[in-house]
Design a protein around this ligand. Structure first.
Ligand code: S3P
Length: 263
């Protein structure tokens, strides 16, 4: 055997070890999830990720190829998150709720936790139309915008295991709710009118409340929409005074409980 052949053989052995280690890692993650579920423990543990990062930082301190190794670990971590997400929810998570209820923040956090793709409906519509939401309302009218929402929701039914962050008005149309439920669980995020006011008061991208940014107007519009929101929701989470991680943990636990009931 030439030296090159020997080296290639050793490389092949390395790949075998890597493959075994990755598969073993996947099994351990599944076991951890099962253990947490069986023992009623929190599913989410972002601090664990921090601990892993610190460990890797320390181990790679004097390594000249540190950034390449980081990339590999990042990819392994992402794959683990996606595996976890697929095991937990084999459907889309559809976030609904009034403006400022936290749909965008929660969807971004779910993305961090589970490496799920996020469909931010307003953002996609604005990008495709090449103008902001207020401009779409101004130029084409609200009905046109609502039709875009419906079409986008229909399009999204081809996707699986993504987070769909709806606009505040999306669940008001019954046909939209039918689309959401085809392969998704609908999560209603709520907050008090005071909290909502606090979250939206400084932004100017919501034409529906732009000229009426005050608590009584918000409370009134929320009440008008409440029945439709609640009718659409599979689960409801109040976000007042809760951190992102608390809301996400509640969301996961409620979805798991719902799936358990459906069995
Ligand atoms: C709307 C909510 C907005 C956006 C549009 C209309 C509504 O989305 O879709 O301005 O009717 O509630 P956010 O809830 O993300 O602000």
């Amino acid at each position: 055997m030439t030296r090159l052949e020997k080296l290639r053989k050793r490389l092949g052995q390395c790949d075998e070890i890597l493959l075994d280690a990755i598969l073993m890692r996947h099994h351990i993650i599944k076991d951890i999830m099962a253990y947490k579920e069986e023992n009623g423990l929190n599913i989410l543990d972002p601090e664990q990720e921090e601990r892993q990062k610190e460990w890797l930082d320390g181990r790679l301190e004097d390594e000249s190829n540190a950034s390449e190794v980081w990339d590999i670990f990042h990819a392994i971590g992402k794959a683990s998150k996606q595996m976890q997400a697929r095991k937990l929810f084999d459907y889309n998570i559809v976030l609904i709720g009034f403006m400022g209820a936290g749909k965008t923040s929660i969807s971004e956090y779910l993305k961090t936790l589970f490496a799920m793709d996020v469909i931010e409906m307003d953002q996609i519509i604005a990008e495709r139309e090449g103008m902001s939401i207020p401009d779409i309302f101004e130029v084409h009218g609200e009905q046109y915008f609502r039709d875009l929402e419906t079409n986008l929701l229909i399009e999204m039914q081809a996707r699986k295991n993504v987070v769909i962050s709806c606009g505040g008005g999306t669940p008001l149309r019954e046909c939209n709710v039918v689309e959401m439920k085809k392969n998704g669980r609908v999560v209603l995020l709520t907050a008090s009118p005071e909290t909502i006011f606090d979250r939206v008061k400084d932004s100017h991208d919501r034409p529906v409340i732009e000229n009426n940014k005050n608590v009584p107007f918000i409370a009134d519009l929320m009440e008008k929409r409440r029945v439709k929101y609640e009718a659409a929701a599979d689960i409801v989470i109040n976000t007042d005074g809760k951190s992102l991680i608390e809301v996400c943990e509640e969301l996961v636990q409620k979805l798991l409980a719902m799936d358990e009931n459906d069995k």
